[in-house]
Ligand binder design. Structure first.
Ligand code: SAH
Ligand code: AVI
Length: 331
């Protein structure tokens, strides 16, 4: 049975988008029915997709998650001591697994803050929140359910107190450059002089390492990628032959990004009943399902500066494999 005291320390609220967010049907019409075909990555994260992402983080090839976790474990105390935040907002928090390093640091410093995870995947976030209030008796968790592409100005955050905004996992890399800048501008707009952004980004490196990270031998990333077609089948009455798609992960050095694609093994016709639409996919035709941009110290600096932010501290993994940075709003 749930302890009522714990329940009161975990609240949840749906966040209405501040700017219009397209529906799945609109995104499918705009992306899947155009050439090249594409889909926004947020549709990966139904319950199954969120679990598959967690499983990806356990694969030997997917280094970003464990590399970032090691940085948080090593520098969490320094980060929290420096941030001295009253409220921690985390964008795309998922399972909040790595955030625990920051909460452990709060514990060690006897420094309490409230936690505001914001994610489109409600179940994963609520399960994580329930575990967090259990494990950290001083913690209040206010789960915010919504789509961050609808902006951040509608978040019901406390208006006083110092904020730390956390955006981990390299998820900023899933935005195209203009949208990444827009997202950082939204973050900057939430920040006052003493507030900080803690941002994790993956770095440009050898393409073999990058491509293996997005095409693990056990096929977990392939299952995650194909899962988006299951989402379309379920939500739009589709009949994609899910297993007839090959997973591909290609590093495009010119754009400094991994492109995940699904390639049809054979020609077939697809019906999406909810859209009253039927279309033909040719053999080897591809759907782009995700970009995952990788950064250099220079490209990261430039992106932060364009959004009105300035790098304050930089925690770098060995061989420059990954960057965790603290940034402030520029004066
Ligand atoms: N931060 C975690 C999870 C990264 S996976 C980590 O580093 O391990 C990306 C997370 O972003 C998922 O939990 C997914 O549900 C969430 N997400 C993706 N698109 C989103 C959107 N448009 N709005 C809100 N959350 C989103
Ligand atoms: C959530 N995001 C940062 C992951 C990434 O690395 O771009 C999603 C992912 N896609 C395939 N593997 C992991």
């Amino acid at each position: 049975m749930r302890n009522p005291e714990k329940a009161a320390r975990l609240t949840s609220a749906a966040v209405a988008p501040a700017t219009p967010v397209s529906t799945l049907a609109e995104d499918v019409r705009a992306g899947l029915l155009s050439r090249p075909r594409w889909l926004p990555p947020k549709y990966f994260y139904d319950d199954r997709g969120s679990e598959l992402f967690e499983a990806i983080c356990e694969t030997p090839e997917y280094y970003p998650s464990r590399t970032e976790a090691a940085l948080l474990a090593a520098h969490g105390r320094e980060i929290m001591e420096y941030a001295r935040c009253d409220h921690m907002l985390e964008l795309g928090s998922g399972s909040s697994r790595k955030t625990r390093h920051l909460l452990d640091a709060c514990d060690a410093l006897s420094q309490a803050c409230s936690y505001w995870p914001f994610d489109v995947s409600a179940q994963m976030m609520l399960d994580a929140g329930a575990a967090l209030v259990q494990d950290y008796p001083w913690l209040d968790v206010h789960a915010l359910i919504g789509d961050y592409t609808g902006g951040l100005s509608n978040l019901p955050l406390p208006t006083t107190g110092r904020r730390l905004i956390v955006f981990l996992g390299g998820t900023l890399g899933n935005f195209e450059p203009g949208a990444a800048r827009g997202m950082l501008e939204q973050i900057a707009a939430l920040m006052r002089d003493d507030d900080l952004l803690l941002l994790g980004v993956d770095r440009v490196k050898d393409s073999a390492i990058l491509e293996a990270a997005y095409d693990d031998a056990a096929g977990t990333t392939a299952a995650f990628n194909r899962n988006v077609l299951r989402v379309l089948n379920r939500e739009l009455g589709g009949d994609f032959p899910v297993d007839s798609y090959r997973h591909r992960a290609v590093f495009d050095r010119a754009h400094a990004r991994i492109e995940m694609r699904l390639a049809a093994r054979h020609a077939h016709r697809v019906t999406l009943a909810a859209l009253d639409t039927t279309f033909d996919i040719a053999a080897d035709e591809e759907i782009v399902t995700e970009f995952s941009h990788k950064f250099t110290p220079q490209s990261l600096d430039a992106l932060l500066a364009d959004a009105g932010l300035a790098l304050d501290r930089h925690f770098e993994a060995p061989a420059g494999a990954y960057s965790l940075v603290l940034a402030r709003r520029r004066a």
